[in-house]
Design a protein around this ligand. Structure first.
Ligand code: PEP
Ligand code: MN
Length: 340
């Protein structure tokens, strides 16, 4: 059995540890900010322990997820905080003459984080596989020129150090959601992680994948809904906003919605992005390309810079109309909404 305890502000951790020890239990500090969270293994009447405000969850399969902060710091950009975060960029890092104007356009439109894969997971081995490490350099330099943070994918444990050197946020792709060796390596790299949901994975499996990352030491995890395989015909996948709503209500990790991979069609991206912001997603992630006819992957879903600029303005307006922060997620007690 394990339980997560949420402590009162300023609680005496040493006194708690001493009492746990006296009862033959041990505690591990999961979060040590103003309101510490402690994971305890073993049966006990935990409410009666010194400094404990309440037992956040008992017998949870994902204690570290439940004890996480609802705000993740991506190089100074707070994801899950009051401000809507927009992540945008090409599917893949390509030649500088395509990358540079795309990155300039997403920065100009107000995105805070640029995306772009240097290691591309492709269904066919004959499709463009990405530029590899030179692509990471190109992306980092373009982002720095325009004052943006970087998210990019690591496909294998061997990619993790280079990705961590070049990006503030490491991406785990949908098809790698349950690559446990990769999750462990990513969790150890010191960067927060954007974890895409596998198209065939249940929410519980997704949360356990997040638990792998946090258990390995990840300083934060973003859950990215990017569409699942259901009954779709005209769209690439089915954007599962129902699961996103569930996550927003029942666990603290920030939820990111990717309408580009979910729909596979540029004309559908704005509607889905607006739905995501309307429901309270912390961030949206959108593919943009300065010239989709020359894109080497995912051309049909890439927005043109002008379309993206219009969408970004709409999304910000929508977020402020709805009032952020979302009081249900960021109430007086940071984790209060998720207490069992
Ligand atoms: C991507 O974001 O570039 C990507 C490959 O997405 P997914 O893993 O969701 O298919
Ligand atoms: Mn893509």
């Amino acid at each position: 059995m394990s339980a997560v305890l949420l402590l009162r502000p300023g609680a005496d951790l040493a006194a708690l540890h001493a009492e746990l020890h006296r009862r033959g239990l041990s505690g591990q500090v999961l979060r040590s900010d103003e309101r510490a969270a402690v994971l305890v293994s073993g049966p006990a009447r935990l409410e009666a322990l010194p400094g404990v405000e309440h037992v956040l969850s008992q017998d949870t399969p994902h204690p570290r997820v439940e004890a996480s902060s609802p705000i993740v710091d991506v190089g100074g950009v707070a994801v899950g905080g009051p401000e809507l975060v927009i992540i945008a960029g090409p599917c893949a890092v390509e030649a500088p003459e395509l990358l540079e104007p795309t990155v300039a356009a997403v920065a100009e439109a107000g995105a805070q984080i640029v995306r772009g894969g240097a290691f591309k997971p492709r269904t066919s081995p004959y499709s463009f596989q990405g530029l590899g490490e030179p692509g990471l350099d190109l992306l980092r330099r373009a982002a720095d020129r325009h004052g943006l943070k970087v998210v990019t994918e690591a496909m294998a444990p061997a990619d993790v150090p280079a990705v961590a050197d070049h990006a503030e946020l490491l991406q785990i792709g949908a098809r790698n959601m349950q690559n446990f060796a990769l999750l462990k390596a990513a969790g150890r790299c010191g960067r927060p992680v954007l974890l895409k949901r596998g198209p065939g994975n249940k929410v519980d499996e997704w949360l356990l994948a997040a638990e792998y990352l946090l258990d390995a030491g990840a300083p934060g995890v973003l859950l990215c809904e990017r569409g699942i395989q259901a009954m779709e015909q005209p769209t690439r996948y089915t954007l599962d906003l129902g699961s996103a709503a569930y996550l927003l209500e029942h666990q603290p990790l920030p939820v990111v919605v990717d309408p580009s991979h979910a729909s596979g069609r540029r004309e559908l991206v704005p509607r889905l992005a607006r739905a995501a912001v309307a429901m309270g997603a912390a961030a949206v992630m959108v593919e943009v390309h300065v010239d989709p006819s020359r894109a080497r992957s995912d051309a049909p879903q890439a927005l043109l810079p002008l379309e993206f600029a219009r969408l970004a303005t709409e999304l910000r307006r929508l977020a402020s109309t709805l009032g952020r922060p979302d009081p249900a997620r960021l109430g007086s007690t940071p984790l209060g909404a998720f207490a069992t």
